[in-house]
Ligand binder design. Structure first.
Ligand SMILES: Cc1cc2nc3c(=O)[nH]c(=O)nc-3n(C[C@H](O)[C@H](O)[C@H](O)COP(=O)(O)OP(=O)(O)OC[C@H]3O[C@@H](n4cnc5c(N)ncnc54)[C@H](O)[C@@H]3O)c2cc1C
Ligand code: SF4
Ligand code: SF4
Length: 625
């Protein structure tokens, strides 16, 4: 393993140990799907074990799940989903009374034009915009937005559900826990997997009572070692255990994890007279920058989830999701629905957008990978929850088969059961269609949109070329990005001013190129700091090491873009006096964006950048996100 990217030098101490049958890392939709399916078949109707535990003979298999966040209802997501896998697990899901759930209603896709002339549009896009404006009387054009005449079939979610990730996960967690056959432990980050002779034998929980650097301090409590015959890794796109396995076992040939996005969302109360109906689904592209996609989904009781995705292929050193989200909300075609609304909660999280091409080795001796970290997210259909859930259920069926046959969890056995099921499923066939669908975006937005449409309409037979490159290669300098719009001298002046005030630079630069000021109203348009408080920031408990670290300070000292500061969703990364940024654990919302928003590669690994993002505590807690 590359210790510099994933692990502290942990103290060698006597550690408490527990032996179980199955240990899971992370409680997202993937693990929820796994535990839901598994726990239904571990005991007979009379309550006696259907399968006997090896760790505790006479009992059903002992299954534990550790979740980093302080509650099982943590999660930041859309969510609109076709809910095929969810419905297979819960055929009566519509009648289950899940709060904030609604059947999908009207779906619309809007192309947003720039009403302020501030966004960076290519000549082709400007030409297209002029054409649309010239013929707007003939087109479904309103409030600076063109509604696509039809929503392509591959984007449709008809028959599906609008959900709140937090509410759904709380409900799913309650279903699992009420069966009494699996324990879920929130507030318990897993530090790393225990690997012996290339076999995963369990996990180690995070040490407590250490200083920021991980050194033993007052009240030191070593993290427990949990030994298990099977470790299920469902820790999402930026999970440290998944990345550790990527480091140790490598990725399959030609696979890489280079495409990412940070999704930032608000949950809002819509105004009382809103015309939007529960289940309404709105997707946007084109604004505030052409690369930024947006969504608005309506829950019952006038509540909406809305947000944007800022992708790694947005070639800008100013990838600030918060400010762009506010400009997106203020677009006339959206503001007409949002004006008078009120912020309820807020959140941000990374999406792993490499899909099938980022698929790691799904199994090995003693472990299996599920969910987004295992490459399930489909970037063509814009769907991740159902796919993650499906991968969890496929693993559960495989595990039940192996347990019943008393076969060990070797790579060979897991391949013959879990991977076989996954390859035969719609998750795989749809992932293949989506695999190259976004390649075009590597060479521009117009090409990207055409490529996506081509892939969607031809079932992946045709795509437009463009190999994904490492995110750091796509980050121009600030001077390059604003060339022709802000002079080098002016950039230097603004940089100095912001440094003196210890604030990030993007606000000043965006003001300078014409982005209008945000008219804060204290209700819906609030400062980033206020959003942090309103979003349900959880205090990071003391006694844990910093989970974000700048690995090679000398690289930071000479780094001009400092994109890590600009992108930080929680304003947790700020300027440091010597050119090396500061990290404030209290403010981090664990979005994971800093992991892939760094302008410098590691000297020994071009696939990784100069930031370590490890297991940590705290973050956001909103049961609505
Ligand atoms: C803003 C946004 C909007 C989205 N919209 C949609 C949508 O409309 N429809 C859709 O289908 N999908 C959507 N997605 C994608 C979807 O949310 C993901 O694909 C899905 O959540 C993946 O599920 P998962 O279980 O694999 O991972 P995750 O949901 O990421 O869950 C992983 C869990 O592991 C935990 N964890 C991580 N590290 C550790 C550790 N060291 N120890 C213990 N626990 C750990 C995390 O806290 C987390 O709870 C959206 C995502 C975002 C960010
Ligand atoms: S972490 Fe990366 S982006 Fe941030 S200052 Fe260091 S090198 Fe630059
Ligand atoms: S420091 Fe925390 S909040 Fe900031 S980008 Fe990194 S993970 Fe997100």
């Amino acid at each position: 393993m590359n210790a510099s990217t994933t692990e502290f030098a942990l103290p060698t101490v006597e550690r408490p140990r527990m032996d179980v049958d199955i240990v899971c890392v992370g409680f997202g939709p993937a693990t929820a799907g796994f535990l839901t399916t598994l726990s239904k078949q571990l005991v007979k109707l009379d309550g006696t074990p259907a399968i006997e535990s090896a760790a505790m003979p006479g009992m059903p298999p002992q299954v534990l799940c550790y979740e980093r966040a302080d509650d099982v209802g943590f999660g930041v997501s859309g969510v609109v989903t076709r809910a095929r896998a969810l419905r297979a697990s819960f055929p009566e899901i519509e009648k289950a009374g899940i709060p904030m759930a609604a059947p999908v209603g009207e779906e619309k896709v809007l192309y947003l034009l720039d009403p302020f002339g501030a966004s960076r549009r290519s000549a082709t896009l400007r030409l297209a915009d002029s054409f649309i404006r010239a013929f707007k009387f003939m087109l479904p054009f309103e409030q600076h937005a063109l509604q696509l005449p039809w929503t392509p079939a591959f984007l449709h979610k008809q028959g599906g559900l609008v959900l709140s990730m937090g509410q759904f996960m709380q409900w799913a967690g309650a279903q699992v826990q009420s069966a009494g056959l699996a324990q879920i432990w929130p507030g318990t980050p897993v530090s790393h997997a225990l690997i012996e002779s290339k076999k995963v034998v369990g996990v180690r929980l995070l040490d407590q009572g250490v200083d920021k650097k991980g050194n033993v301090s007052d009240g030191f409590t070593p993290g427990m070692d949990i030994h298990a015959a099977l470790t299920v890794v469902g820790d999402g796109p930026v999970g440290p255990v998944g990345r550790q396995l990527d480091d140790v076992f490598g990725l399959p040939e030609n696979h890489h994890k280079r495409d990412w996005a940070v999704g930032m969302k608000f949950v809002v109360d819509l105004p009382e007279d809103t015309p939007l109906k529960p289940g309404a689904v709105l997707h946007t592209f084109g604004y505030p920058e052409p690369e930024i996609f947006g969504f608005l989904y309506v829950h019952p009781d006038r509540v909406a989830s809305l947000g944007i995705f800022v992708p790694s292929w947005f070639d800008s050193p100013m990838r600030t999701a918060y400010r762009y989200l506010q400009h997106w909300m203020l677009h006339p075609s959206l503001w007409r629905y949002l004006k008078g609304g009120k912020l309820r909660s807020w959140g941000a999280k990374t999406l792993g957008e490499s899909g099938r091409r980022g698929e790691p080795h799904l199994t090995g001796d003693g472990y299996a990978r599920i969910g987004e970290g295992s490459g399930t997210t489909n970037v063509l259909t814009g769907s991740g929850v159902d796919e993650a859930w499906a991968s969890g259920t496929q693993l559960a069926e495989a595990v039940l088969e192996l347990l019943k046959a008393k076969k060990p969890f070797t790579k060979e056995n897991l391949e013959a059961t879990y991977v076989k099921r996954r390859r035969a499923s719609w998750v795989e066939s749809e992932a293949r269609v989506a695999e190259k669908s976004r390649n075009g975006f590597q060479k521009g937005v117009v090409r990207g949109m055409i490529g996506m449409a081509l892939a969607g309409l031809t079932n992946g037979k045709f795509t437009l070329g463009g190999e994904p490159v490492q995110p750091w290669k796509r980050i121009p300098t600030i001077e390059e990005y604003y060339s022709g719009r802000i002079s080098r001298g002016e950039i230097a002046r603004l940089r100095g001013e912001c440094k003196a005030k210890n604030i990030s630079l993007h606000g000043a630069l965006m003001d300078k190129v014409g982005w209008p000021a945000i008219p804060f109203d204290g209700q819906l348009l609030v400062s980033h700091q206020d959003a942090l408080l309103m979003g349900g920031k959880v205090q990071a408990p003391p006694g844990y090491a910093d989970h974000v670290e700048f690995l090679h300070p000398e690289l930071c000292e000479k780094c001009g873009t400092k994109i890590c500061i600009e992108v930080c969703s929680g304003q947790a990364i700020t300027l440091g006096g010597d050119g090396v940024p500061n990290f404030d654990r209290e403010k981090c919302v664990h979005c994971g964006a800093c992991l892939w928003n760094c302008a410098q590669p590691l000297p020994d690994n071009p696939e990784r950048m100069n930031i370590a993002f490890r297991a940590g505590t705290g973050g956001l807690h909103s049961a609505e996100n």
